[in-house]
Design a binder for this molecule. Structure first.
Ligand code: FMN
Length: 194
């Protein structure tokens, strides 16, 4: 069955928002991508799942590189503009500059990066795989800079949120849980080569 956009099921997921910067046939561009994921530590790999209709896809397929800028809590307008207009028709970078947002030239790629994001990652295209109605573009990390003063914006239920820490179980509670787990040890794990 389908899991459609905006449905009560889709809306239960909570994600960060990648501001995906690219440069290619549609020139410098930026789009919002809630489906931005960290895939591997070594090598560092990140994935963005994009609908094939996006100008960003054409840019990345042509240049084989892109930027992933995690939107910070002070940048919800950046996300709405990047995600509400297409680079096929609009020069979003110029419009965003006029709105007061700033960009800088990436160190290792020919793309622009977003200032004041919580994390800036420069990527070269590692692989692309079509899954259903989206293309997953996987980037190998060439450079990563995290901003300790910025918190990532959260996207959930079609709205923007900021994170609030939920306290982990206390040491005492973890001891109690461990004792319970020990009572439920499996004895067949050797057969599975663990
Ligand atoms: C918060 C938010 C999250 C989005 N996430 C995605 C996504 O994960 N994948 C996608 O293909 N489009 C996503 N979009 C839609 C694109 O950002 C939008 O269609 C954009 O105009 C594409 O720009 P482009 O044609 O210049 O590449 C999102 C939009 C918003 C506002």
């Amino acid at each position: 069955m389908d899991l459609p956009w905006g449905s009560s099921s889709s809306n239960k997921f909570a994600t960060t928002i990648g501001l995906i910067t690219s440069n290619g046939p549609y020139h410098h561009n930026i789009m919002a991508c809630e489906w931005t994921h960290h895939l591997s530590y070594s090598p560092g790999l990140v994935a963005v799942s994009l609908s094939p209709t996006k100008a960003t896809v054409k840019n990345i397929q042509s240049s084989k590189e892109f930027g992933v800028n995690l939107c910070s809590t002070s940048q919800s307008i950046l996300s709405s503009v990047s995600g509400g207009y297409s680079g096929r028709k609009y020069d979003k970078i110029s419009a965003l500059k006029e709105l007061g947002f700033q960009f800088y030239q990436a160190k290792k790629t020919n793309t622009l990066m977003v200032k004041e994001a919580s994390l800036n990652i420069e990527c070269k295209l590692f692989n692309e795989i079509t899954f259903g109605d989206h293309i997953m573009l996987i980037g190998e990390v060439l450079d990563a800079t995290s901003n300790p003063e910025k918190q990532s914006l959260i996207y959930h239920n079609g709205k923007y949120w900021s994170m609030q820490e939920v306290i982990k179980p206390s040491q005492e509670e973890r001891e109690r849980i461990k004792n319970i787990l020990e009572k439920h040890t499996k004895n067949n794990h050797k057969n599975l080569g663990d």
